[in-house]
Design a protein around this ligand. Structure first.
Ligand SMILES: Nc1ncnc2c1ncn2[C@@H]1O[C@H](COP(=O)(O)OP(=O)(O)OP(=O)(O)O)[C@@H](O)[C@H]1O
Ligand SMILES: [Mg+2]
Length: 233
């Protein structure tokens, strides 16, 4: 089966700093991500994984190269349009959950809708079924510090999906979790993304979750050095 691409990166390069302290984070990296796959990106610390995710999601600019997301040449967008594009099409899940500490679970899930201008009561109404789909409807009115790491990551997954993004980007989603919670988080990511027809890019060091990937990209020193399961696409 041939799938259509959702992300196409060509010769992305990025360095930080200048002169002797210049660090090359990406070196002419090419990457294609296909619709509805779960693509994992693995590699040693400092090899450029987060930099690649940040460029794909328009959080930082590359020095050179091209990046097309959903057919849009994202480097050509204005700063305002980049923010709007991200809000509309991309959800995020991070290692450290990045929840609002003073908001309840359901308010956290609803927060992207409220930020977009949706009425508070309506946003909460939309958020509740997502909390239920990650199995923590009964924790809706608790704040993050009253919940376990696994429960907090489930809130983050529900929040990442509330805008119905086509692409969800996860940076080390299971690294702060015990084995069982990590497996639960991956199972939820996989089943909910199948239901919503979402594409997932997951950066990880956690070998225990490799089996959830459709393809695994190996990076080292700012380059892609290998690809596992490529024949499945
Ligand atoms: N804001 C920054 N300023 C300077 N150097 C940076 C910055 N961000 C990243 N780097 C450097 O760029 C390189 C790639 O960093 P990046 O965060 O992309 O790696 P990573 O593969 O995500 O690592 P880890 O697995 O530890 O999260 C590293 O050498 C890092 O020190
Ligand atoms: Mg990183």
């Amino acid at each position: 089966m041939t799938r259509s691409p959702i992300v196409q990166c060509y010769k992305l390069s990025k360095s930080y700093g200048k002169g002797e302290s210049e660090t090359f984070a990406l070196r002419e990296t090419d990457l294609t991500v296909y619709k509805q796959e779960l693509l994992m990106i693995v590699g040693p610390s400092g090899c450029g994984k987060t930099t690649l995710l940040s460029i794909i999601s328009n959080l930082i600019d590359a020095d050179s190269g091209e990046c097309h997301v959903l057919g849009t040449d994202v480097f050509q967008l204005s700063e305002t349009d980049k923010t709007a594009f991200r809000g509309q099409h991309i959800g995020f899940v991070f290692q450290s959950f990045n929840l609002f500490p003073a908001l309840t679970a359901v308010e956290n899930v609803a927060s992207p809708l409220i930020i977009k201008g949706m009425d508070y009561a309506q946003a909460l109404k939309k958020a509740r079924p997502l909390l239920a789909s990650v199995g923590i409807a009964d924790q809706a009115d608790r704040i993050p510090s009253e919940l376990s790491g696994g429960q907090q990551q489930r809130i983050a997954i529900a929040r990442a999906l509330v805008n119905k993004p086509e692409l969800v980007i996860c940076d080390e989603p299971t690294s702060a979790l015990d084995h069982k919670s990590g497996q639960t988080v991956m199972q939820l990511l996989k089943s909910i993304s199948a239901e919503h027809k979402t594409t997932l890019i997951v950066v990880t060091h956690d070998a225990r979750i490799y089996s959830y990937a459709d393809r695994i990209v190996e990076m080292d020193d700012g380059q892609i050095i290998g690809m596992k399961n490529d024949e499945t696409i």
